[in-house]
Design a protein. Structure first.
Length: 194
């Protein structure tokens, strides 16, 4: 059963494409799979990097009404606004963008990205730790990109700066099908929540 159908998934990823073509190939393929799975998507709204690839893949299989973009005024010239967005929110700043995306999300999928992507991952992890949200976080580990972050999380637990339960809801996989299967399993079909 597809428990993700009709859920809103938030995509955090780079506004750059990365050094390897595999990043863009996998990002677009993930977007296609999400479009086929009947989910709704909220993303950074831009026309650059991996976020564009995910959106383009998604729109190949889903109506534009299912795609929401959120972009701060300060990045509109740099990133542009994706023409396929069904709903567009222009925020005052990056913080407002991040919080709006988190508030509307049932789950997060993070792809490789830079400092902004790391900030977004840690924001959701912290909100989950403080029990202010319960949003599953999935790290799409293309080419082992998130291996160092996984090592940091493990070191943080080993050194007793957080508990395993603080990272409850965090999953990581390099295979998109397994990643989405794990995310799908986190949602209870009876209640529709994680």
């Amino acid at each position: 059963m597809n428990n993700l159908r009709s859920k809103t998934l938030c995509i955090f990823c780079g506004s750059f494409s990365g050094a390897e073509e595999e990043y863009t190939t996998q990002a677009k393929a993930l977007g296609e799979r999400l479009g086929q799975d009947g989910v709704k998507l909220i993303f950074g709204g831009g026309t650059t990097g991996l976020m564009k690839e995910v959106a383009d893949g998604f729109l190949a299989h889903a109506p534009k009404e299912w795609l929401t973009g959120v972009i701060p005024k300060t990045l509109m010239d740099r990133e542009g606004i994706h023409e396929g967005i069904g709903e567009c929110h222009i925020t005052e700043n990056l913080l407002d963008r991040k919080m709006l995306m988190i508030e509307r999300a049932d789950a997060v999928i993070a792809l490789p990205g830079g400092l902004g992507t790391f900030n977004e991952i840690f924001e959701v992890a912290l909100l989950n730790q403080l029990k202010l949200t319960q949003i599953p976080i999935s790290l799409f580990n293309i080419l082992g990109y998130f291996d160092p972050l996984d090592a940091l999380f493990r070191a943080t637990m080993e050194r007793k700066f957080c508990d395993l339960q603080d990272l409850d809801g965090l999953i990581m996989d390099a295979d998109p099908d397994r990643l989405l299967d794990k995310l799908n399993a986190m949602f209870d079909p009876q209640t529709g929540s994680s």
